[in-house]
Write a protein that binds this ligand. Sequence first.
Ligand code: ATP
Ligand code: MG
Ligand code: MG
Ligand code: MG
Length: 581
Amino acid sequence: MAMRMSTLFLRTLREDPADAELPGHKLLVRAGYVRRVAPGIYTWLPLGMRVLAKVEAIVREEMDRIGSQEVKFPALLPREPYEVTNRWTEYGENLFRLTDRKDADMLLGPTHEEMFCLTVKDMYSSYKDLPLALYQIQNKYRDEARPRAGILRGREFIMKDSYSFDVDSAGLQKAYDAHREAYIRIFNRLGFEYVIVHADSGAMGGSASEEFLAVSEYGEDTFVRDEHGYAANVEAVEVPQAPAVEVTAGPAHVEDTPNTPTIDTLVAALNERHPRTDGRSWTGADTLKNVIVMLVHPDGTREPLAIGLPGDREVDAKRLEAKVAPAEVEAFEEKDFAAYPMLAKGYIGPGVLGSEKASGIRYLLDPLVGEGSAWVTGADEHGKHVIDLVHGRDFTADGTIQAAELREGDVSPSGNGTLHLARGIEMGHIFQLGTKYAEALGLKVLDENGKLVTVTMGSYGVGVTRAVGVIAEDNLDDSGLIWPRNVSPADVHLVATGKDEEVFVKSEELVNTLEAAGIEVLFDDRRKVSPGVKFKDAELIGVPTIVIVGKGLADGVVEIKDRRSGERREVALDALLAEVQ
Ligand code: ATP
Ligand code: MG
Ligand code: MG
Ligand code: MG
């Protein structure tokens, strides 16, 4: 049945909502798809429900296609299973917790590994029951610290989550691959540009976890990719852990360093101890731009600690909270940085070169190094200089050091290629869980030999409401939304204009004809609304094809407007169906 604007539960807004940040979000509210209830909590109105249903249908079709079966778990859950897997604690403040009238702890499910695992355990006991894949499309609850852009990061949101159950890792790999293919089909159909990235550092094997990121400037995830197809979430690129050292505050110590090595000796040491991977050698000491501070552990291993930026400010010895300790320094040019993979992954904080006043002075920074030691110096065109590290800026009181930002142009961890950075929004996540949950919750089956084996699981999520948000951000202009047809609330927005009763009669007929042919119509049948307002609403709502029925009727024509291109043309009444099919 056609939706009729005369009765549709809709009130379009001409003004942007005050609390909306992103253009698509503003339009979703203005065009009457969603309405905010509280931060990250939204009501879906009839138009929004239509889009949501289409996205869900695509997801459902692709999950059904790989033989996954739909179920629905409650969102309101008991604490115990989450206690067993430690997620009651691990989830921290993101978990919505509540108590029932008998004072039992409950939660609103943020994801459902535990519940699926337990249900399969209840019902199945043999390898013959497996493989199995189950999914649900269901509300999830996470008390996100920063709910964002309406439905992009909600506190209540809809996720499609699937779980696979297999007797062995070969089975798990097969299930994982099937889901990966299904996700590719889902995201191809949803029509936004996406990239599949490594989502963990590969400790569990190359593809143990991958994310599907929509490429978007609004993304909260940063990913890197090279020209050879390598792509990873920056969170997944292995970086050495910050040294677990305690910083003990103390007075700064300054002493003369007649034996400070020359840059030549530093460079020689670099070449010897850290030969470059690109066949070149470290050079350029006298045009030094940056200085890398190395942490030297007692066993001789080194970690990069800080990179010095010359000319930032003058050295102020009194500001250093440091104790005397043995130390060592290494230095090289900034442009060499990318070619040095260990540093490219290292912990780099902004140290600074000192001024001439500090020349010949050495700062010894025990707090930084704990069991190891570091020293810092460098040179620029004015001669030898000192770099200082500032407590609270370069390193923090608990000893953690800012993780290095991967940079545009860094060497790809894949070995060859150059990294490029971009932003993405996580739309899907596939994950080989292995036996983690099955182990904790005792999900075992008898294998062929009558031996109990722990089931191995995968979990796979798609952000369904988030997908609606991303599609909206990707498909809009100044006048409103522009839905891709396969997720649009209707295929055609038919606008009856003017006061002539004949227009409305004919429009009804056209709507019936289109609907009979399976075309979904949003029918603007309002009698007392001006054509201008109707057109504005049509642009705002964003159905991709707008049909205008009006004066042309006398000549047997209606007008078709393509919402995206703005192109308008007249077609004969009897050609309309074929034109919009
Ligand atoms: P993010 O990194 O964006 O916080 P996540 O890694 O916490 O997401 P998962 O636990 O992997 O999310 O959940 C599976 C999918 O659910 C995500 O890929 C994303 O599409 C969606 N999703 C997660 N959190 C939210 C949210 N707060 N609002 C809307 N969709 C979400
Ligand atoms: Mg999250
Ligand atoms: Mg994530
Ligand atoms: Mg994730």
